[in-house]
Write a protein that binds this ligand. Sequence first.
Ligand code: CAA
Length: 445
Amino acid sequence: MTEVGIDGIEIWAGKLELDLAEVFAPAQGDDPGKYTKGLGLYSSSLPDVYEDIVTMAANASKRLLERKGLEPDDIGRIDVATESSFDKSKPISTYVAGCLEQIYEGDFHHANKGERKFACVSGTQALDDAYNWIRAGRNRGRKALVIATDTALYARDDPGEATQGAGAVAMLIDENPDVTALGDAQGFGSADETDFLKPNQQFPSVDGKRSMQVYLARMREAMMDFERAGGDTHPDNFALIPFHTPFPGMVRKAAVLGYRHCIRGTEIEDELADQIGRQPRPEAFDGEDEYLEAVKEYTEALGETQEYSDWYDLTVKPTLAISEQVGNWYTGSVHIARAAGLAEALKEGREIEGRQLLVASYGSGAQAEIHAETVQPNWKDEVSQLDIDEQIENREVITFEEYEAIHDVHNHDAETDMEPLTTPDNEFVFDGWGRMGERKYTYVE
Ligand code: CAA
């Protein structure tokens, strides 16, 4: 059967950099260690005055189409995943197509366009839709453009403010892909949860601590469902494990629980038994509290072993290299984790062609999804063309006063008049409002 998966990736980061340790922490009266060590975040990417979810999506898409030598006719489907949409009816994909049509001779009139919503997991759902569309043979040789774009902003002084970020990931989905091929097996963990939501409001209502518990619970369910679907979960069988990364500290917590789950009954559990004993089994305890306490102790001991640390450093840590510099990109977060892991593997000279990635996506409200992907022969060519390191390096570092102003610029309820802090260069920019309240865009040479 022909493989279907990710044929190309382009990433567009917001142009501004808020340094969390040097600028944000002192202004909040916090120890910088809370951000760098606790949350695992160094800085956030934020959008300049002329940037938004459309410009970042269109700019990433333009680069992707150009790099792959594609014309509008080659695209049969454009899906945008976002939880920052400013329109309840007209999908962001139509704005993105409108932008691209300003610079291409052809148009996207025969491409099916939509917008996917389920918090941060919708980027993966859009990928899934594209995969199914091609697998069903309805694509007529055309490819799908899937874009995850968000301005992940919180209300000022919300605890989530520390985890903000903004950026877009554009992915081309096609047969015989160059980056990764998606596997068929999928696991879901889904429940009606009230942990993070935006009931007709721009900034989220968040129960932060609970959201972390919900993330871990749904991930566990998804992992068990993935196993039921026939998915392999032996930890040594994966070159990389990209997780949804609201902040790297969340992934650190999830990784050790995932490792514990996946080594149960394997030779790894046997080999570790001399050091830390075997995993507690519920039947060996009189009550649930004692059992849970024993599991907690085992997990802490597991996290301290060299075996776990080596595994984490090889398969999970590399996936955090972008997130720790840009913050949470909501729908794009797991996709920058994949890109970061592949880019770090390339830098380290790892030969991972044919190896598996275990991709663990999550969206509040809440749903986790787990599937595997196989690294394709052309992965190095594709990944070497990512310029996210330069984008991160070239961001404009802002003061706390500039941060306060830029937050207001992107706050739909605040009135501000602020000059951009950077100069657009060969890119789409927000260009004011149209007669029906629509946002307008132009391409700046
Ligand atoms: N040195 C080292 N570590 C420090 C420290 C210091 N000086 N000060 C604090 N820390 C540690 C804390 O111990 C804590 O680590 P542990 O959780 O391991 O104990 C960590 O830094 C964070 O500190 P706090 O718990 O005090 O931080 P907080 O209460 O201000 O907020 C948060 C943390 C709840 C995650 C908040 O940022 C938040 O609400 N974020 C938004 C919600 C979110 O991202 N949830 C994640 C799951 S939901 C999801 O994934 C969907 C999504 O994208 C939003």
